[in-house]
Design a protein around this ligand. Structure first.
Ligand code: PLP
Length: 423
């Protein structure tokens, strides 16, 4: 793309953007004078679709009108409610419906998945994570090591960037596996790293892990709704993601879970159970002995929170109308424009640590500002620019193709440029 550095050009890109109307489907937060925020934290909490309220109201009304009968009589009956989400969610992550379910929250699901897919032996028990893994994932795998009686320091292997680099290299994972593959039971990797925004080659990670007899799990918290991970084709054993980041389903909302079809009918996998992973046909003959459901549904425990699922349904219905292909196309252009404008600032103090190759990132750019401290983030906030600060010196910014505009990106970089030249 040959971009130009002007407001007029940004507005022109918006007028040519076939998805620009989608912004009106969202509540964009405003300051007290009514000016819209420049919201770049959809990677942390996605904005609220205007339709969400109606979806939740429907369930409140049905609860008011039907009480317990709503399980069958509600417009969207609560008994099978999670099934209304499955197909759209499966499309977002490139999975088959049997491979996907929405349930619990992300860290909980990582644990439930490790119950099944982390089966350490005395000699093959180590777990590989990225050195910059999200803290919750690190604590989760450490506690799994502890739980199985291993030393959580010694049993944890970090896949690190090289000295002086920020990004991970697949050949370094390969080297870890060549050397210690016999001792490694599980790879649990963030598909899109929350800090650098690097989108790793999930398929290659699965191949390397499987060649060494390891299980492979992917955390897609920063991937789902941002990039198309093609989970089925990638061959990874399992994955999980939250729905409140790019999937705009509200604070603390439920998690998506993927178990590859190759495990769908394996009743021997160890797992935790409750009434909701028992065969639906006989679930209410309460005295039946346990009969696990095939596929991802076979990891559920409880009947799910319908109000939270209603918010997910609102969001997924919107994603289904647009499709990941169109979103990815806009995302590539929007983030490309953002990158171009940051480069135009032309300061030695600024460096984008996210990969330059659009195929190795989603919409997020992590911008390192040397010698900056958190006051820069504070000044951005005072100018209505909402970003996310990570110590020591990185601003994470995610222009989201569903609701951010080229004009947002232009204005944001202008504000950043002015703050830096004042400093
Ligand atoms: C956001 C995020 C989480 C949060 O986990 P919850 O269980 O939803 O609180 C975990 N892991 C990663 C990689 C994340 O980005």
């Amino acid at each position: 793309m040959n971009y130009q550095n002007s407001l007029q050009y940004a507005q022109q890109l918006d007028s040519e953007d076939p998805l620009s109307h989608l912004r009106q489907e969202f509540h964009i937060p405003k300051d007290q004078e009514g000016n819209e925020w420049l919201y770049f934290t959809g990677n942390s909490l996605g904005l609220q679709p205007k339709a969400t309220q109606g979806y939740i109201q429907q369930e409140l009304d049905d609860w008011a009108n039907y009480g317990v009968e709503g399980h069958f009589e509600a417009k969207n009956p609560w008994m099978p409610y999670h099934e209304f989400l499955t197909e759209n969610m499966a499309n977002i992550v490139g999975a088959k419906p049997i491979e996907v379910v929405v349930m619990n929250t992300l860290t909980t699901n990582l644990h439930l998945l490790m119950v099944s897919f982390y089966q350490p032996t005395k000699t093959k028990y180590k777990i590989v994570i990225e050195s910059d893994a999200f803290p919750s994932d690190r604590y989760a795998v450490q506690s799994q090591l502890d739980f199985h009686g291993f030393d959580s320091e010694e049993g944890l292997i970090e896949w690190k960037p090289r000295e002086g680099e920020e990004l991970l290299r697949i050949e370094d994972l390969e080297a870890i596996l060549d050397k210690q593959g016999d001792e490694i039971a599980l790879l649990l990797i963030g598909g899109v790293n929350y800090y650098t925004g690097q989108y790793l080659d999930i398929k290659k990670i699965a191949e390397l892990g499987h060649a060494n007899g390891c299980m492979v799990g992917i955390d897609l918290a920063h991937g789902a709704g941002n990039i198309q991970p093609n989970l089925h084709e990638s061959g990874v054993d399992f994955a999980a993601w939250c729905t409140y980041k790019y999937l705009n389903s509200g604070p603390g909302s439920l998690s998506g879970l993927f178990v590859h079809e190759k495990h769908a009918h394996n009743k021997k996998l160890p797992r935790f159970s409750g009434w909701w992973n028992h065969n639906k046909e006989t679930r209410f003959n309460m005295r039946q002995s346990f009969d696990v459901m095939p596929g991802a549904e076979g990891w559920q425990l409880s009947n799910p929170p319908i109000l939270s699922m209603a918010a997910i349904k609102a969001s997924l219905d919107l994603f289904a109308k647009v499709g990941m292909d169109a979103l990815t196309e806009k995302s590539t252009k929007l983030t490309g424009y953002f990158e171009y404008l940051i480069d135009q600032i032309g300061s030695d103090h600024i460096k984008i640590i996210t990969p330059a190759n659009p195929k190795e990132r989603g919409c997020q750019l992590s911008v390192q500002v040397k010698n900056a401290d958190k006051s820069l983030h504070q000044k951005l906030t005072e100018k209505n620019v909402i970003t996310d600060w990570r110590e020591p010196d990185v601003i994470r910014c995610a222009p989201v193709p569903l609701y951010n505009s080229f004009e947002d990106v232009y204005k944001m970089v202008e504000i950043l440029r002015n703050l830096l030249s004042d400093a």
